[in-house]
Design a binder for this molecule. Sequence first.
Ligand SMILES: C[S@@+](CC[C@H](N)C(=O)[O-])C[C@H]1O[C@@H](n2cnc3c(N)ncnc32)[C@H](O)[C@@H]1O
Length: 624
Amino acid sequence: MSLYHEAAEFLQSTPSEGGSLKARVFRRKDLKSPPNQLYALVLETCKWSGVLKEVVERAEILRHERKLTPALSLLLVHDLLLAKGGIALPQSHGLRQSVDRHRGRLSSELTLARVRRKAPTLEALREQVDRAAAGEEAEYPRWVRVNSLRSSVEEQLETTFARFGRAASLQDVMANSSRGGGEARKCVYVDEHVPGLLAVTQGTELTKTEAYTSGKIILQDKASCFPTYLLDPRCEDGDVIDACAAPGNKTTHLAAILHTHAPEFASPAQTIFAFEKDAARARTLEKMVKTAGARGVTRIGPGQDFLQVDPRADKYKDVGALLLDPSCSGSGIVGRDSMPELHLPELLDAANRKTGQTTTTKKKKKKKKNGPTPSTEDAQKHDSNPRKRKHADVEDPSDKILRDDEGNETVVTSEKDLQARLDALSGFQLALLLHAFEFPAARKVTYSTCSVHAEENESVVMLALASDIARRRGWRILRREEQVTGMREWPVRGVAAACGGDEDVAEGCIRSYKGDGRGVMGFFVAGFVRTGDDDDADYDGPQDGTGDVGEGPYVRDEQGVIVRDVAGMPVLKSTGLPVSLEPREADEGDGSHASSSDTSDGSEEDNNDGGDTDDEDEWNGFGD
Ligand SMILES: C[S@@+](CC[C@H](N)C(=O)[O-])C[C@H]1O[C@@H](n2cnc3c(N)ncnc32)[C@H](O)[C@@H]1O
């Protein structure tokens, strides 16, 4: 089967058939075509389908080439007119000939489509198409962290961003981002909260710059910089742990901050221990650490489960600060892998050709089958804003897919499903946080997620504060007034109701919400500190009644993997039953809490073959 037939199959399948396009392509093992090429062809054709539909219909090739399907015509015309290498088939191939013979007419129609869109050049049209496909992302700035290990803000403003205007405010950058096309004025703004962070207008191709490929700049959302900045590791903190490290945004940020804080006088060397449970993601981490110039200070534990790291081991005796950024539901991520609207061409009758009404889409056709036919007027209103339609369409099957921060997908068909998923995640997150509290020399911990759900955020914080280990070792919230300047001044704080009404804890928690005009993704971070007066010299292992320090409280199979029930909850050695979390009302109401033995690792590690490319919410990889 040719590349084009395989691509047509993907183009026509609905999103409900196995999740995002990326997941569907990379999961298939029986493909004849290279997955990367196939994915790019389908995605690009989909992006251009609004324009190409017009071109195909007006050139009437479906009328003349009866063997061409609407999907095949889009794919072939895309490559004929827009791909660098043209159609990837021999000249004598029937499919290629079926569009080649209309080349003249098709390229004139593309010119007319461009002129109708008031794009002076094909490049300008390309920008328009990219912008329309970017969806909600188009309304955000591009956040750029200048890596102090390799460069400085001053140097970057004078080189990479030399031709950018200096914006007076973040709002200026955002206004220019969403204006798009030729009107966008490229501009840059130096962020007032996170040191070394820049906001630049969207539509700027930064991944091809020297600064990016050499690790001088890192593309990282502002909110994703909060945890490391809040942890504020210093020389006196000793070694640092990044417990869940890939792809490495925060590991490299830690290295950069340690470098900035390094005292002029001789001081003991500091190490960042970066653990990553997933071996494939650990390779991305290694690559990022190397490119960012952080290899000297970082020791990576590839495939290492943080829960299996022994806090009492000699090599961790100087760990004073830990950063915990575990897997989460990813509900705060902006526009993850959303598929642009597909516009399939039709055979138009003479009347339609005259009016140029060319906007019928696959989705609308499906609706016709299932419900009342919308009026033409409604349909036109609807079509004038395809993005709005996508968001308003509650029947869109992709609405029922929960896509976490690693790109893994869970089909959620009810509130109960969602709650079960959040419970499993929060159990796992709490287990990791309590494990971080165990490190003997630890004085600082940050806990963060890119989720907006209180279950994964304030609730985890409250359970952690109420845990045995927190009480025994004196862990408490890092209060707002104790935080680094930028975080103290950040205005969006935790939800007091989710903190059982405790205003101090809520104020200590830092939140962000996508779409609130601050230009960042949805995020949560809280810091914990202890003075070290309360010590745990009498520590006698986890309080699970097993006394088993090395293996932990859960039943494991022969490979050492934790045994779980169908919901992902681990089975306790002590009872032989899966962990069940206490009901949240009780947790918040009477202050009772799950002990460290009542937690679970509910992570899902089904990394697809997209592997490294799935980390793109924060890091795009160095050119891969
Ligand atoms: C949210 S991502 C971390 C993003 C990273 N901190 C950054 O800023 O680039 C969570 C990562 O934790 C890893 N992970 C999940 N459970 C883990 C565990 N028990 N030990 C170590 N890594 C784990 C996942 O594979 C995933 O790569």
